[in-house]
Design a protein around this ligand. Structure first.
Ligand SMILES: Cc1cc2nc3c(=O)[nH]c(=O)nc-3n(C[C@H](O)[C@H](O)[C@H](O)COP(=O)(O)O)c2cc1C
Length: 149
């Protein structure tokens, strides 16, 4: 497979087998991923890997936190600019509608939509979760400024 094929065949997978992934495979994957470029070659990321009982505990804790407080805390960082403007607002809406249509979940079926949303917090069934984090001082970096424009 060449790079073009690899890029064009990648997709966001939202259902995984629970088949274990070896630590050697996880390490091999991260070893490749670390070749990603970074500004000034700072390589500022840290990766936290959760598997097995730690993964299950995390999923259970998050599930409980959402059950206790469904509206959740205010997010510390914006995922999208607040009051998403056009054309992005429509794009976001359409991709959501298309996804639920493919899943056969109608707009009115809020419990089914919520159930699917919750799969996000279960790693969509994957046995391994990877968290990439940056020092919070990077929040003030050029990417954050660009988003705030
Ligand atoms: C930064 C980022 C965050 C995303 N967050 C979610 C998410 O929370 N849940 C989800 O189902 N998909 C998420 N996606 C997947 C996008 O919806 C997906 O990449 C887009 O619809 C294009 O589909 P494709 O990746 O299959 O080509 C995210 C993608 C990116 C790059």
């Amino acid at each position: 497979m060449n790079v073009t094929e690899a890029i064009k065949s990648r997709i966001s997978t939202r259902a995984f087998l629970d088949k274990p992934v070896s630590e050697a495979n996880i390490r091999a994957l991260l070893e490749i991923a670390r070749w990603a470029p970074s500004g000034g070659n700072l390589q500022p990321w840290r990766v936290h890997v959760v598997t097995g009982a730690a993964r299950d505990r995390l999923v259970a804790t998050v599930k409980q936190a959402i059950a206790d407080n469904p509206l959740a805390d205010e997010s510390e960082l914006e995922v999208y600019p607040p009051k998403l403007a056009e054309p992005w607002r429509t794009r976001r809406y359409e991709v959501g509608e298309a996804m639920y249509a493919r899943l056969g979940i109608p707009r009115e079926d809020k419990p089914a939509r919520l159930k699917h949303l919750m799969r996000n917090y279960e790693f969509f069934g994957a046995p391994v979760g990877l968290f990439f984090s940056l020092d919070r001082r990077f929040d003030k970096g050029p990417t954050a400024k660009a988003v705030k424009l």
